[in-house]
Design a protein around this ligand. Structure first.
Ligand code: AP5
Ligand code: MG
Length: 214
């Protein structure tokens, strides 16, 4: 089962991708998480990516494509994977198609989590991310048991650098210009599915499992 999560920043791609990964036993591959791990570990890739991420811009395609294509050739991806945050541009989607067709494969589902821009800024300012394991919470919609501490690993929670309102507005602009065209791209391929991302996260997940099968 090879799935792509589409949707605006803060639509809930990561939240749903983690739930899909747990239920269907496939790895969750998030390019944003990969970059944040590289930033945390002080790698050269992390330093390059940070320059773009902090401004709400996309990291250049050439820094992303090989990274993902190498990742999904690893053994844990044999039964599929859920891609979160990739592809994000038409050239990335084309590179993915090319790499998949070279091994006789293709994407099964592209799931668009639809949330209007008005809801996004509110969601982002309340999001908290774990510095330890990358788990994501929301101070209102998905709070932790102990304030400021991750339920899973106990590490501290932070507000992501790119979740400041001014950066979020820029990310939304970039999303509409560069990523939204992918909806049409995957519609043409007949794999596009849409779910309402404004409802409770468990109801969003129920809509997704209806598409993917129990
Ligand atoms: P990335 O980390 O992918 O960020 P994003 O796409 O902007 O998406 P987010 O992670 O912010 O949101 P999400 O949809 O995962 O929402 P979440 O589940 O957390 O990328 C970051 C940056 O890296 C990019 O800007 C770019 O610079 C770079 N990058 C990454 N991939 C790239 C690529 N392929 N090419 C180029 N550059 C790339 O949910 C948000 C909040 O809402 C949470 O607090 C959550 O608890 C809450 N929530 C979730 N669902 C619900 C619900 N149903 N109701 C209420 N609250 C909810
Ligand atoms: Mg995410």
């Amino acid at each position: 089962m090879k799935i792509i999560m589409l949707g605006a920043p803060g639509a809930g791609k990561g939240t749903q991708a983690k739930m899909i990964a747990a239920k269907y036993g496939v790895p969750h591959i998030s390019t944003g998480d990969i970059f944040r791990a590289n930033i945390k570990n002080g790698t050269e890739l992390g330093a390059k990516a940070k320059e773009y991420m902090d401004k709400g811009l996309l990291v250049p395609d050439e820094l992303v494509v090989d990274l993902v294509i190498d990742r999904f050739k690893e053994p844990d991806c044999q039964n599929g994977y859920v891609l979160d945050g990739f592809p994000r541009t038409i050239p990335q989607a084309e590179a993915l198609d090319k790499a998949l067709s070279a091994i006789g494969e293709s994407i099964d589902y592209a799931i668009n989590v639809e949330v209007p821009d008005e809801n996004i800024v509110r969601r982002m300012s309340g999001r908290r991310a774990c510095v330890g394991c990358g788990a994501t919470y929301h101070i209102v919609y998905n709070p932790t048991k102990v304030e400021g501490k991750c339920d899973t690993c106990g590490a501290d929670l932070i507000l992501r650098d790119d979740d400041k309102p001014e950066t979020v507005l820029n990310r939304l602009k970039v999303y509409h210009e560069q990523t939204q065209p992918l909806i049409n791209y995957y519609e043409k391929k007949g794999v596009m599915k849409e779910v309402d991302g404004t409802v409770d996260m468990n109801d969003v997940f129920a809509a997704i499992t209806k598409i993917l099968g129990e």
